[in-house]
Design a protein around this ligand. Structure first.
Ligand code: CTP
Ligand code: MG
Length: 234
């Protein structure tokens, strides 16, 4: 049976979050964000390995001395772009995976996810040929605008979804997709789509937003309750 391998790209600088410390190494309660994400996914029994990709020129991960699960390995596989980071990590784990295994990628900046959401996502996407992504429908009306800020149309919002992570694809498809993509895809899915494949949407939750700006960090600190999450840790 195909295994599921998680990659957490954590090699970004978090420049928009405005703190010198990359956001994934910021603390919320007793752990850093990267440790919370690893903790949440390590409890998902169908995830057989977790690979955390960090910047080879930084030592934040050593400095926090994390207590990761036995499933988890840290790779110094960070690249200049997120997709380079993912591709480098796919190459690093190659010997431990089957080309038909699933690779699930989850941002080190999306903390508002839990075991139950992950399990539902996996059971839905596992049955699909290509794979798929968590995403949310847009609630506002969507306008198309020209370069001067003039509205040139109204989109059919029923057809527009906002992509999140996790994103899950077969190892061989994901690797080929990123290798063949010219430039940098904004997410794994864009590269897979360009192969002519049709990934599936799984309805996610707004809580799974990406910490990007300082106000996002304030928001996640307000809604994430590490003490109750952490009770099952020991
Ligand atoms: N990421 C990565 N390698 C890169 C760039 C980004 O592993 N070269 C990771 C980030 O660490 C994060 C995820 O990709 O987990 C999503 O990226 P983003 O939110 O853009 O994070 P940063 O690139 O760190 O932030 P910014 O763009 O504001 O600098
Ligand atoms: Mg970025």
């Amino acid at each position: 049976m195909a295994k599921i391998h998680l990659i957490i790209p954590a090699a970004g600088k978090g420049s928009r979050a405005g703190s010198p410390l990359p956001k994934q190494f910021s603390s919320i309660g007793s752990k850093t964000i990267i440790e919370w994400i690893e903790f949440i996914f390590s409890n998902v029994s169908s995830v057989s390995s977790i690979s955390i990709a960090v910047n080879p020129n930084e030592h934040y991960i050593e400095n926090i001395a994390p207590r990761f699960s036995a499933k988890t390995t840290v790779y110094k596989s960070g690249g200049d772009t997120r997709s380079e980071t993912v591709l480098n990590t796919l190459n690093d784990i190659k010997k431990n995976v089957d080309s038909n295994d699933w690779v699930m990628v989850h941002d080190a900046a999306r903390l508002g996810i839990n075991e139950s959401m992950i399990n539902k996502f996996i059971s839905e996407i596992d049955g699909h040929k290509v794979g798929g992504i968590m995403a949310i429908p847009v609630s506002d009306t969507v306008k198309r605008v020209d370069k001067l800020g003039i509205i040139i149309g109204t989109e059919n919002r029923n057809e527009i979804w906002l992509a999140q992570t996790p994103q899950m694809f077969r190892y061989k498809i994901l690797k080929k997709a990123i290798e063949q993509f010219k430039g940098s895809p904004t997410d794994e899915c864009e590269a897979v789509e360009l192969l002519g494949l049709k990934p599936k949407i799984f309805p996610g939750n707004t809580s799974n937003f990406k910490v990007t700006y300082p106000e996002d960090m304030e928001h996640i600190k307000a809604i994430f309750h590490p003490d109750s999450e952490g009770e099952t840790n020991d």
